[in-house]
Structures are given as C-alpha cells and as structure tokens.
Ligand binder design. Structure first.
Ligand SMILES: [Ca+2]
Ligand SMILES: [Ca+2]
Ligand SMILES: [Ca+2]
Length: 390
C-alpha cells in the first residue's frame, strides 16, 4: 500500500472516531456512570461520572447506568422517556453501583400531583438498589411495561411510594402498564398532607394485566399498604398478583402520626363494585389501622390463599360479597380485639378464620414481628425470631 493511501485510511478512521464521540450526534453508550458530583458534560466514565438525566439520554438499549452512592438532590422529576426501551432479552438497567447506596431525594419539590420523583415510562428496564424519597407526589411511578423494579426503597414521599398507572390521560387502556415486576422492595412512611392517598404500593386506577408484587414490604404509610382501587370512570384495571409480601402498621407513620382520613388497610383489593380477579397469596397483614385484607367492594373471583392476618384493627379478612376462593388462610388475634372475619365466597376447612378464637396455626404468629431480605431477594418474616412461611 502506498503511503498516501495509508494516510487517507488513517484520516478516514480518525474522522469516524470524531463522529462517534462528538456532540451532539453522540452514539448511544452501553455503560454510563453517575455520581452526585457528576456533570452533564462529563463522559460518564467511572473517572468522569455524569448526571442521571444525561446518562438516561445517552444509554443504549440494553446498556447499564451505574449510580454511585450518596444523595442526589433534585427539584424536578427524573423521567425515563417512553420509547427508550430495552428488550426482553436485554433490559436497560439503572442500578446502584455494587455495594453502594444512591438516594434520590426530591425534598426540594412542593407537594403537587405533577411532582413525581422517578417516572419510568419506558419498557423493559430494570431498576435496582435505589432509594427514592421526599418526592412531591409518587416516589416512583411506572407507566411503562415489562419492567423489573428490584431492591428499591420508596419513603417519605407525598403520595404513594411506588405506583403503577397510565402515562397520561390520553393513554389508551391497551397501553396501560402491564407485566411489571416489583420485587424485594420496601415502601414506608409515605404521606400526603390530606392523609387520603399515600399508599405504600399501588397498581390502581389505570393499570393493565400481569403486574406482580413479590417479596415486598409496605409499612407505616398514611393510607393503605397496597391499593388496587379501580373505578367506573376509567374501567377495570387488570388482575394483579401480590405474593410473599408483608404489610404492617399502615395508617400510622413511624413517628406515630395518624390521619383519620386514611383508609389504613393492609391490602385494599378493589373499588366501585368492579370485579377483578386478583391473586393474593403467601402474604401477611399485621396490625394495620383498619382491615388486614379487604375486598373493598370487589365482587370478583379473587384467589386468596396461604395468607396470614394478625391483629388488624377491624377485620383481618373482610370480604362482604363476591366469589373469591379462600384456601389455607390463617387469622389470629392476640392484643387487638377487632371484629370477626367475613369471607363470602368459596371457603373450606383449610382456612382458620377468626370468629372469636385462634386456630392451631396461630401459635406461629404470637411473637414480635421481624423481617429481612435474604441474599437471594426472598423475604424472610419472623415472629418471635422464628421464620414463618404462610
Ligand atoms: Ca397527590
Ligand atoms: Ca384513601
Ligand atoms: Ca389508598
């Protein structure tokens, strides 16, 4: 090869590299690092971390954004936009840097329905290991589908901690969020100033099919632990699965605050007399301020199996109508008198409901409540130090 053509090739190659790294026509990046001191103009490498908003704009489908530990103070919503999708084989990941604790703090927001914290409108993302707190509305709002939200904490937000719902009022029901998995996550001390709306977790109002909550813990929220409310205005939501989860002391914040406007249920499973066949299994309701598990006017055929409900203020199980199927549920009272369970539907002798006395299985639920996430993400719940698996 002549020198002239070699130089020409080098020149072409250099031109291509400039095109790849130049701005603003920057190629999508497979890895981005973000830190609280990162800047928009930084490359997003480990030694030159960028901002979260910039990383979201740069990340390639299937790529990974690492959030370094520390507190990120935001005054406005961080949005992962619709269309910025991963794929079923390779989700795009937003994750805590291994071993570190990133906290997204939105305390600078005022309380307003337009002031959510992290809004996930894309599909096929995995969000892992972050805390979202003090948002002016929901901490995390999931409007997209096929996402996995794992090992997150949503706390002290001024509406529901983690909520699923349509992206906008013009989103058709065929595009309501579906097939999302919320797993090994905690939501606590969320409270709106009216005390009416802030649940721990909610798939309510405008959600599609296939959404699952697994190994999650909701506690000390001002309204309900879980809320699957549905209303006539917008039509039925899709069936939700809640399993291997724990809901306790909802209706009372950790600082002792109670708001009489709060519904204060552990698991609120309906609304507006609309039938939706949810599945709630292997889950525990403990010392919530109203009912443990309540149909809340859902007349459908829910599967309610292998749950335990202990010392909730009203009924442990409250199902006044419908054709739900109840199997292997346990209801116990030790310190809170409450009312007899009401379980209209398909019941059999595998259940030990409370109608004035404890069944044989209640001895497993008499001690103090404890819980932790195991290394594999499973939720381990203990009473008196002994693990229970309802
Ligand atoms: Ca609100
Ligand atoms: Ca409410
Ligand atoms: Ca609620």
């Amino acid at each position: 090869m002549h020198m002239r053509s070699v130089l020409a090739s080098v020149s072409l190659l250099a031109g291509a590299l400039v095109a790849l790294s130049g701005t603003p026509a920057q190629a999508a990046s497979t890895t981005q690092y973000v830190s609280p001191s990162g800047t928009d103009s930084a490359a997003g490498t480990q030694s030159a971390p960028t901002t979260l908003a910039t990383a979201i704009g740069r990340i390639a489908s299937g790529g990974t954004i690492y959030l370094r530990g520390g507190t990120y103070n935001y005054a406005s919503t961080v949005t992962i936009p619709a269309g910025s999708n991963g794929t079923s084989g390779a989700r795009t990941t937003l994750t805590a840097y291994p071993g570190e604790k990133p906290v997204l703090d939105f305390a600078a927001q005022s309380e307003s329905s337009s002031n959510r914290g992290l809004q996930l409108n894309a599909n096929y993302w995995r969000v892992y290991g972050i805390t979202v707190q003090h948002a002016g509305d929901n901490g995390i709002f999931v409007g997209g589908s096929n996402n996995v939200v794992e090992r997150v904490v949503t706390a002290y937000n001024r509406d529901t901690g983690l909520q699923l719902g349509r992206i906008s009022s013009s989103t058709p029901s065929s595009q309501w969020p579906s097939n999302n998995l919320i797993v090994s996550s905690e939501s606590h001390d969320n409270a709106d100033s009216d005390g009416e709306d802030a649940d721990g977790f909610a798939a309510k109002l405008t959600t599609g099919t296939g959404n699952v909550f697994r190994y999650d813990v909701s506690h000390n929220n001002i309204d309900d632990g879980w809320d699957l409310y549905t209303k006539t205005d917008t039509g039925a939501i899709g069936p939700v699965t809640i399993e291997y989860s724990l809901s306790y002391t909802n209706g009372t914040l950790s600082n002792g605050t109670v708001n009489s406007n709060g519904d204060r249920n552990g698991y609120k499973l309906g609304g507006d007399d609309i039938a939706v066949d949810h599945v709630v299994q292997h889950s525990i309701a403990y010392r919530n301020g109203h009912h443990g598990f309540t149909y809340n006017s859902n007349p459908g055929t829910m599967t309610i199996s292998n749950n335990a409900s202990v010392d909730n203020a009203q009924r442990n199980f409250s199902f006044d109508a419908g054709t739900s199927v109840f199997r292997n549920n346990t209801s116990c009272r030790f310190a809170v008198s409450g009312s007899n369970d009401k379980t209209v539907g398909n019941t059999d002798s595998s259940n030990q409901f409370w109608t004035g006395s404890n069944g044989s299985r209640c001895s497993s639920y008499s001690g103090a409540l404890g819980w932790s996430f195991a290394s594999d993400g499973n939720l381990a719940v203990t009473f008196g130090g002994v693990r229970v698996t309802p």
